[in-house]
Design a protein around this ligand. Structure first.
Ligand code: SF4
Length: 422
């Protein structure tokens, strides 16, 4: 039997895309995949370094897989944590055979064997342009750019992922075709800035032509992570025309002074106005956003503004995250640290309010007819639910996987809904 590999992926959707590409190159090298880590000759852990908790999970996973691996199997650590803390990781984990950055064997410590993850030529643009196998599920993420040109106070991503590099439209479209998925989910660190680093080449620095082109190839095109200042009328039109009226707005807070301390654009009033504009154009539009709670200097007044916003905006989905200080970020040096107990109280208050809103919005759809895409037997989603992020629609198990079906909502339980076929 040939060499077998096992890939474990941690972290965000963007990491899943990197893993898919890694799998593509390993398959192209003649290796076969296994889902049993103890049977693999090569174990790859694609790590996440976003916050302390994610780093801990990455280390725990590496150690667990290290114990399970069979004699002679190689273990390679890649992904954000390898990129950001490569030297420290290699030193702290002598069991690991190689610590490699994004698709490129970097940071190979002296005395350690260099194990090329692939013998394919090393790409110049991270893993962005590597081949990818056909999608195993009816939906697939497609990463359209790497890096970020912004400098949000809390975020370390630009410091280790580098400035934005947008992919060619043609390579993105080729990948979309290869995947043969019914739904394509476009991702990047800062999606709406796609093309700005190449203004003369890619649709004059706008994502709109790309969204239109992808929507021409697949039934559903979904966009994740939109920085609010770039949500132009043209982009809203393109999203509404893509058959997925879903707006994932990366807001982070609503208090203007706090947003400036975060080195970000906007304020609650502008956000509410934009949301109202979109709802006016399409009352069915679904919204998601993320907020950071307890950023240095967040006052009671800032928090009250956020609560009032959440109440008024009635978004379908919201994530609230505790601020976590990250090395090398602007916020590390800010005063006004928020007490962890207070931070947790604020988080609980916001989450409770949003859980009720999400549940009420789901309840309000009982009796509605929906088009759903069935991801696996009995589990489907409408345009309102992003895969792996939002809730699901439970459907009868006889509905064919990978197909669209018309269903009627008969019940709702928190974020999830139950539907019968028509
Ligand atoms: S949070 Fe800000 S700096 Fe970090 S990736 Fe997103 S837009 Fe870029």
């Amino acid at each position: 039997m040939g060499q077998r590999f096992y890939v474990e992926t941690l972290g965000c959707p963007k990491n899943q895309v990197d893993s898919d590409k890694l799998v593509g190159t390993l398959l192209a090298d003649g290796m076969t995949a296994t889902d049993d880590a103890s049977a693999a000759d090569l174990v790859v852990v694609n790590t996440c370094a976003f916050i302390e908790e994610a780093r801990k999970e990455s280390i725990d996973t590496i150690l667990a897989l290290e114990e399970q691996r069979k004699d002679g199997a190689r273990i390679v650590v890649t992904g954000c944590m390898a990129e950001r803390y490569g030297a420290e990781l290699a030193e702290a984990l002598p069991e690991v055979d190689q610590v490699a950055g994004f698709g490129v064997p970097v940071n190979v410590p002296a005395g350690k064997k260099l194990i090329p993850v692939s013998t394919a030529p090393i790409p110049t643009l991270d893993l962005l342009n590597l081949p990818r196998p056909k999608s195993a599920s009816p939906w697939a993420y497609v990463k359209i750019a790497e890096g970020c040109d912004r400098s949000c106070g809390f975020c370390a991503i630009p410091s280790f992922r580098g400035p934005q590099r947008s992919r060619d439209v043609s390579s993105i479209l080729a990948e979309v075709e290869q995947l043969e998925a019914k739904e394509i989910v476009l991702v990047a660190q800062d999606l709406a800035s796609y093309g700005k680093d190449r203004p003369d080449e890619l649709g004059a620095g706008s994502i709109v032509p790309l969204v239109q082109a992808v929507s021409g190839l697949v039934p559903w095109t979904r966009l994740l992570y939109l920085y609010p200042s770039d949500l132009t009328d043209e982009l809203i039109d393109a999203i509404l025309a893509s058959n997925v009226p879903y707006f994932d707005l990366s807001l982070q807070h609503v208090s203007k002074p706090l947003l400036r301390r975060m080195r970000r654009w906007g304020d609650g009033q502008r956000f509410l106005q934009r949301i109202a504009d979109i709802r006016q154009r399409d009352p069915q539009a679904a919204f998601r956003s993320n907020f950071i709670v307890g950023y240095p200097g967040e006052t009671e007044e800032d928090h009250d503004q956020l609560l009032a916003f959440v109440e008024e905006a009635q978004l379908d989905w919201c994530g609230f995250f505790a601020y976590s200080p990250e090395d090398g970020t602007y916020a590390m040096d800010l005063d006004g640290t928020v007490d962890p107990h207070l931070m947790n109280e604020r988080l609980a208050e916001l989450r409770e309010m949003q859980d009720d809103i999400t549940a009420a919005r789901s309840d309000a759809t009982i009796g509605d007819t929906l088009t759903v895409l069935v991801d696996e037997p009995g589990v489907a989603r409408s345009t309102r639910e992003a895969p792996e992020i939002d809730g699901i629609v439970e459907v009868p198990t006889h509905l064919a996987v990978g197909e669209f079906h018309q269903v009627r909502v008969v019940d709702a339980m928190g974020p999830d809904r139950v539907a019968d076929s028509l």
